[in-house]
Design a protein around this ligand. Structure first.
Ligand SMILES: Nc1ncnc2c1ncn2[C@@H]1O[C@H](COP(=O)(O)OP(=O)(O)OP(=O)(O)O)[C@@H](O)[C@H]1O
Length: 295
């Protein structure tokens, strides 16, 4: 019999994740799995449970939680020889990864998807010695994005980031960055560098419309200048899904990118505060199989 492990964060979303355990277990049992369910109690638990699932040869791990729980679960999968397939039941406020894979954002619908026979291979990203699944940002704006509150994310979605970003712009502070990729070097002053693996960042699906989850590429944006006037035009390009063509934005794709600065510069990884610069990013192409809807 196939084995599935459910990893659930009871505190995620509106803290009603537990209401979905029974129906997730039933769908998986009907699909022929023997199911074991683990609740996380705090940081690191989802990674530990996932490592256990890998070493015990589980066929499937289902993460019920927000992007934080998913990030921790995928960190458990990353370096293991046996990697179970991954099922996702989004409970958070943003759920970028589910959006990028067209997994329903409604938990009950996502649970029904768990019986789908279709899987999709997806890239993961390495950020220094850890992993990211969606996006890394560096610069003064990236640091301020880590302070977006859960309440604002729930209320405003992507606009919460814009709000925090505009606040930061008032005290505009770009940093001298050195960005190296594929033998090319860019040096200049920038308030924001973004590296995206998928097309969904902060709940907004138009940042990198061309990014596919399995293209093996990091989609990078260097914003060269964000004085108050061109913030408006950069924001409009962003909303139209056309950021890469803005005159003050450099866009490129790469399999490996390094970002350095002589100044202390903060980063944000998958919506949480990341390590300060320097950072080195790499893709691990098509590393994980995720259950996605049949259609
Ligand atoms: N039982 C628990 N109680 C409180 N916090 C927990 C518990 N289990 C895990 N956590 C922590 O909760 C953090 C946030 O979880 P997660 O991102 O899944 O939900 P969320 O914050 O509602 O989602 P989003 O970030 O999309 O708003 C995780 O990083 C994890 O370390």
């Amino acid at each position: 019999m196939q084995q599935a492990m459910i990893i659930i964060n009871p505190a995620s979303g509106k803290a009603d994740a537990r209401d979905y355990i029974r129906s997730a277990e039933e769908v998986l049992q009907s699909a022929g799995y023997q199911v074991k369910t683990h609740e996380t109690a705090g940081e690191g638990d989802a990674t530990a449970f996932c490592l256990q699932a890998c070493s015990e040869g589980y066929d499937l791990v289902v993460a019920i939680g927000g992007d934080g729980t998913l990030h921790e679960t995928m960190n458990g999968l990353a370096d293991q020889e046996h990697r179970p397939a991954l099922g996702i039941v989004p409970m958070g406020t943003v759920n970028d990864f589910a959006r990028a894979l067209q997994i329903p954002l409604n938990p009950a619908d996502a649970i029904r998807t768990l019986s789908s026979s279709r899987t999709q291979r997806v890239d993961m990203g390495r950020l220094n010695d850890r992993l990211f699944v969606n996006v890394v940002a560096a610069g003064s704006l990236a640091g301020s994005l880590s302070s977006v509150t859960s309440e604002d994310k729930t209320r405003l979605g992507f606009l919460a980031y814009l709000k925090e970003g505009i606040k930061e712009l008032a005290s505009n502070s770009a940093h001298a960055l050195t960005i190296t990729h594929d033998g090319e070097v860019w040096e200049g002053s920038s308030p924001l560098f973004i590296a995206a693996l998928t097309n969904s960042v902060g709940g907004f699906e138009k940042l990198a419309p061309g990014a596919a989850v399995d293209d093996g590429l990091i989609h990078c944006f260097i914003v060269k200048d964000l004085h108050l006037l061109n913030t408006v035009t950069v924001s409009i390009s962003l909303l139209l899904g056309n950021l890469r063509n803005h005159k003050d934005v450099i866009y490129f794709t790469a399999r490996e990118v390094s970002v350095h600065s002589a100044e202390p510069v903060k980063t944000n990884a998958d919506g949480e505060e990341g390590p300060p610069l320097p950072i080195r990013l790499r893709t691990i192409p098509r590393h994980i199989r995720v259950i996605v809807p049949e259609q």
